[in-house]
Design a protein. Structure first.
Length: 75
């Protein structure tokens, strides 16, 4: 599934799409947060907060092509 379709389905509050987005990006977000905290328990708490923010702010997301969800975070 491409990112644009996934985002569109998430915006329609389709739970399966929201779960797919979470599952698809969980490892990426976890690794980024863990690189700062070095504590798995604290990292898990922050990752869940990150995904809450993602879903809350998804309507304001500006699509810029495939890879938009990760752009700016590839360090």
């Amino acid at each position: 599934m491409n990112e644009k379709l996934l985002i569109d389905e998430c915006l329609l509050n389709l739970k399966a799409a929201q779960r797919k987005l979470f599952d698809s990006y969980y490892d990426f977000v976890f690794k980024k947060v863990y690189s700062y905290l070095s504590n798995a328990h604290d990292t898990e708490d922050i990752v869940l907060q990150v995904f809450n923010k993602i879903f809350q702010n998804l309507p304001a997301f500006e699509w810029r092509g495939e890879g938009s969800l990760k752009s700016g975070y590839q360090r």
